[in-house]
Design a protein. Structure first.
Lengths: 767, 231, 82
């Protein structure tokens, strides 16, 4: 299928031209390349690059695509791994997404990614295309996408610009995710002024498939066809490349090109169904989705992964806009496009299926038995490069690392200096203030805009501690997912903070009864050119890698987002960690709040006076300093194993992890879950663990969970705790007839009043 | 008993409708929008979703599909037809039901467990409910506001054609709190909420007894099987 | 090449939630003398050849039957644009 080249006269920079004028000045700096990188490109090619080649290298060697500042640290995730950890790993890091065996011949693929900067510029489209992008990554592994989650961090709640971003982002995720027919099963929402000019929008997707359905992004068979299909290619996202328009300037002049991508979820839904049909028909030998760097990335990666080459006729690309130059076509980030490698003999079947779904396609070229990527514009050669140098052998930096000048003073500034409440009335007031503060308040204003029913397999969703979906309708086999990060802890101590993120996500999976099995991460940091930020990154990646090794669960893939800073002010280091767990039968899952009457409430774990970095310190006193709560992964594992064992025996009625806000908040959340009251007492905790009233309510000590157990299982449960060495203390009893939460020696809160205070915060801010 | 479920480009809840039919004891038959052959099914479900991306108007393009046109023909002869959410929009655009469906009053998509009152239990899809029974069915939409002329509304009430009414809260500004209505004959039913999401314990709305245990939606599909057996 | 333009507005007496939302936004940003906003659609039908009277009649019929839903919308104009 050859398309007529646009009749508009277009000066195209060719390889022949590059050989003819080697000293031509090129805008490598405007495209984001460093001088030594530009010289390296010349070195690789043995001549100056054509403007198309320059565009390709500039984008593929950018931080976002090449991970050049983070590679040396990310290696740890692949190195600090035991054979035992890799047991269930079917596809590891380096592919579009990791794949984990979950049993019964089934596998799950999952990954979390960022779309931060676009979501500040154009919140709706930024967030929407963030969802679109991660779902395509999952689809391209050969899986049917089955769920999504999102992790959102916004600026100060009352700041006028925050509402603009909140509305756009939530509507964008709602618009795109709902239209794709994917249940949104959970996530996080955090407000902090540190994210004001740099909101974080991370999106996660999970897909399921049979083992034999796994697809990889490689072109390994010479003669196979390279086919671009899906939406037409337009000018989305090529703002930066427009500087090259001056290179191909003609009489009518360059037009203003948009920097954002615009998404069409209907096109992606159709693409999902079409791709799955193509996969099942066995007509596709390799497949890659088009995300950042569009066609440049797809062609170079498919070729490089397969160890072969490609010959591409760029004029065959179906365009929305005939005025696009070859450089713009190569760089376009138009959404909802895939690139398939199709054996010649399967072409007819391929065409039948895409035609049935009314999906457009064009044959761009074929796979060749040479380590070279040739791209032609008509009969003019505009790209002739070794694919590996574009896709995988990009620059690797060892950025300078400096221990922050503020760190010691920050760590010395403990929350112990804060004046604690002295009377029960003051404590009660603080608790009420905290539960109604934006970070602890009800997030339904957001989550009610997401479909969580579609596909009929959602076993757990917000506000429970993890999302859980059934994968096998015959056996009930399912997976649970939780994502967590505490930017404040990481700012105080990036190594410990990263460990804590893993610990919390691990715990959130464990409280549902699932067994944690694999990890994904989205590392959101400031500028890598800031040595103090690089120190944070170095510490955090080490903390996470060490923690994964200790817990025995591997990182399967993830994403890095740098440059989240405005001027000098970087965000807190925010490594979002996602943990995937497996449960034999979702029918055994445990809810996060109690529903039954007269059940005993137990606190598992030990409480310490650890208020540094807590919600109490930050949201009530605007204080951030000291050291984050200690993380003991051995205790977390013991706790997780206990919860799993108890879940399998069916003796736990509810389980909720204690984290942000502390024990008081956790108890209220559990009561509000199904609107069932309780009588609780904390005096025994205070005595046993030697802490005061403020600490018992607001400390954020780790490895703690509150559970409720039916009367008939009390003895069995306590024995189980003792056998496994998990501290267990009875702190209350549920009371269905009561319309209040009574905290002995503190206050009695009317359920309705607490609910109202908790519920109305977000609608009042953003309604 | 065979119950067809039509898939349009952009349809989302087709497999959930098929599951509901199976759980009720029927045999679901997948139907393709471009095919006017309805494979001799005994009833048809137009499921929820965003057919054709809601382009032009919700359900407008799907209403023109060969499969839809065939459904219109057979509905006139008494074929039981259930339109859920987007399916309801298709029925309205295809003029099988009167009125129109517009953007939610509050402008946001909303997903919630919705209380409904069953006001007409004489239709093919509601004969197993009690009159005035209160049920809970998941609702999820952005364009669910039912509107109709004063005359149409008067007629609907007078002829007892309002089948479901929203209770506790009107989530989308629908006139007269209408959540679902039927045609003159009682074989065609359209509603905004999604019964197919309340058919399996563990995956439906929360109830007082247990999380996600609500299955009020199952009776829709059991009713039509009963109606077909008795026909 | 010529086009036929079809302009569609929501029916006068019906609630126009989009229009209402825009009106509120305009009012909030200081445009107090804009009393109401209603939002409709403009559809362009493109032709490769000259447009005939028959084309215009056909367009009017399509406008009434498919391009608009007469329960909730009015076709306010159908005309040829060069």
């Amino acid at each position: 299928m050859t398309t007529e080249i646009s009749t508009r006269p277009m000066h195209v920079d060719t390889v022949t031209q590059a050989l003819a004028d080697p000293e031509k000045s090129q805008p490598w700096a405007e495209l984001g390349l460093k001088q030594d990188e530009y010289l390296e490109i010349k070195n690789i090619l043995g001549r100056r690059p054509t403007s198309s080649e320059l565009a390709m290298y500039s984008v593929m060697w950018s931080e976002h695509c090449s991970y050049k500042s983070s590679k040396i640290y990310l290696r740890q995730f692949g190195e600090k791994v035991t054979p035992e950890m890799k047991k269930h790993l079917m596809v590891g890091m380096g592919e579009n997404a990791g794949v984990v065996d979950i049993g019964e011949g089934l596998a799950v693929t999952f990954k979390v990614e960022s779309h931060n900067h676009p979501s500040y510029i154009e919140p709706f489209q930024g967030a929407a295309t963030g969802v679109g992008g991660i779902v395509r990554d999952i689809l391209t592994m050969g899986a049917r996408p089955i769920a999504i989650m999102d992790q959102l961090r916004f600026g100060a709640p009352e700041h006028p610009d925050t509402a603009r971003v909140v509305h756009g982002v939530v509507e964008g995720i709602s618009f795109y995710g709902n239209c794709l027919g994917l249940p949104n099963i959970g996530g996080e929402t955090v407000f902090d002024s540190v994210y004001q000019g740099n909101p974080l929008v991370n999106a996660l997707s999970i897909g399921s498939m049979k083992h034999e359905d796994i697809k990889l992004a490689k072109a390994s068979n010479p003669g196979d066809l390279v086919i671009l299909f899906g939406a037409r290619t337009g000018a989305d996202g090529i703002g930066g490349v427009s500087v090259l328009a001056s290179e191909t300037f003609d009489a009518s002049g360059p037009t203003k090109r948009p920097a954002v991508q615009v998404g069409d979820p209907f096109a992606e839904k159709v693409l999902i169904e079409c791709c799955l049909e193509l996969f099942h028909a066995g007509v596709v030998a390799g497949i890659q989705d088009l995300g950042g760097a569009g066609i440049s990335c797809a062609t170079s990666e498919l070729a490089s992964n397969g160890g072969k080459g490609m010959r591409v006729q760029l004029q065959n690309v179906l365009l929305r806009d005939e005025s696009l130059t070859p450089e713009e076509i190569l760089m376009s980030e138009s959404q909802e496009r895939m690139c398939a490698i199709v054996p010649v003999g399967k072409l007819k079947a391929f065409v039948e299926i895409v035609s049935k779904w009314e999906v457009e396609y064009s044959v761009l070229g074929d796979v060749i038995d040479e380590d070279r990527l040739y791209i032609n514009w008509g009969d003019q050669e505009i790209v002739n490069v070794p694919p590996r140098t574009v896709a995988h052998d990009g620059p690797v930096y060892e950025r300078p690392v400096t221990y922050p000048s503020y760190q010691d003073a920050l760590n010395a500034d403990s929350s112990k200096s804060l004046k604690r409440a002295e009377t029960p009335a003051e404590l009660a007031e603080q608790l009420l203030k905290l539960i109604s503060s934006p970070n602890q308040a009800d997030k339904s204003w957001i989550t009610a805009q997401y479909d969580h029913y579609v596909m009929g397999n959602t076993a757990l969703a917000m506000p429970d501690d993890s999302g859980m979906v059934r994968v096998s309708e015959t056996t009930g086999l399912g997976v649970a997912l939780a994502t967590d990060a505490n930017g404040k802890y990481c700012y105080l101590n990036p190594y410990e903070g990263a460990r804590q993120a893993l610990a919390e996500a691990y715990r959130n999976v464990a409280v549902t009864g699932a067994v944690p099995r694999a990890v994904t991460n989205c590392l959101n940091f400031g500028s890598p050119e800031n040595p103090e930020v690089m120190w944070q990154f170095k510490e955090a990646t080490a903390g996470l890698a060490d923690a994964c090794l200790e817990l025995g669960i591997p990182v399967t893939g993830g994403n890095v987002s740098f440059y989240n800073q405005s001027g000098d002010r970087a965000i807190y280091p925010t490594p979002v960690v996602g943990v995937l767990g497996v449960i034999d039968n979702v029918a055994r899952r445990i809810p996060s709040g109690w529903q039954d009457d007269g059940n005993n409430i137990y606190l598992l774990g030990t409480s310490y006076d650890e208020l540094d970095g807590s919600a109490w310190a930050k949201d009530l006193y605007d204080h951030l300093g000291g050291q984050p709560p200690k993380v003991d992964l051995k205790k977390e594992k013991q706790l997780g194993d206990l919860l799993h064992g108890a879940a399998m025996q069916g003796i736990i009625e509810s389980a909720h992890d204690v984290s942000d806000g502390g024990l008081g908040i956790a108890v209220i959340e559990s009561a509000l879950r199904f609107n069932v009251g309780a009588r609780v007492w904390f005096t025994e905790v205070m005595e046993r663990d030697n802490i005061d009233a403020t600490a018992v309510l607001f400390s954020e000590s780790q490895a703690r969970v509150i559970v409720t157990v039916g009367r008939e299982d009390d003895v069995k449960f306590q024995a189980l705790c003792e056998a496994r060495g998990v501290p267990c203390l009875r702190i209350g009893v549920t009371d269905k007839s009561s319309d209040s939460i009574e905290i002995k020696d503190l206050a009695t809160f009317s359920l309705n009043e607490v609910r109202e205070a908790w519920r109305k915060t977000l609608p009042e801010l953003f309604g | 008993m065979k119950i067809g479920v039509i898939t349009y480009p952009g349809t989302l809840d087709d497999r959930d409708a098929q599951r509901a039919i199976r759980l009720a004891g029927g045999t679901p038959v997948p139907l393709w929008h471009a095919d006017s052959d309805l494979k001799k099914v005994d009833a048809v479900v137009l499921p929820g979703g965003f057919s054709y991306g809601d382009y032009l108007r919700c359900g407008a393009i799907a209403a023109q599909a060969p499969a839809t046109q065939e459904v219109v023909k057979l509905a006139a002869q008494g074929l039981p037809v259930l339109g859920i959410c987007n399916g309801f929009q298709v029925l309205v655009e295809a003029h099988l039901l009167p009125g129109g469906l517009i953007r939610n009053e509050k402008q946001h998509f909303i997903c919630r467990d919705q209380k409904l009152r069953v006001e007409n239990n004489q239709t093919a899809w509601t004969n197993l409910f009690d009159k005035d029974q209160e049920i809970t069915i998941p609702l999820k939409n952005g364009e669910g506001g039912y509107i109709a002329s004063k005359e149409t509304l008067k007629m609907l009430e007078a002829e007892n054609r309002v089948v479901f009414r929203y209770l506790d809260l009107n989530p989308n500004g629908s006139m007269s709190d209408i959540a679902g209505l039927t045609n003159e004959r009682g074989n065609v039913l359209g509603l905004m909420p999604h019964p197919e999401h309340a058919v399996e314990p563990g995956f439906g709305p929360d109830t007082d007894i247990a999380m996600r245990s609500g299955t009020d939606g199952l009776k829709f599909f059991e009713s039509v099987l009963k109606a077909l057996v008795n026909a | 090449m010529p086009k036929i333009i079809v302009e569609i507005m929501p029916k006068q007496d019906l609630l126009d939630p989009q229009g209402k939302a825009v009106a509120n936004a305009l009012s909030r940003s200081g445009n107090k003398n804009i009393s109401n906003v209603r939002i409709g659609k403009r559809i362009e039908l493109h032709f490769d050849t000259e447009v005939t009277d028959a084309d215009l009649e056909n367009a009017k019929a399509l406008a009434a039957s498919f391009l608009s839903n007469d329960v909730i919308e009015d076709v306010v104009n159908v005309f040829i644009e060069a």
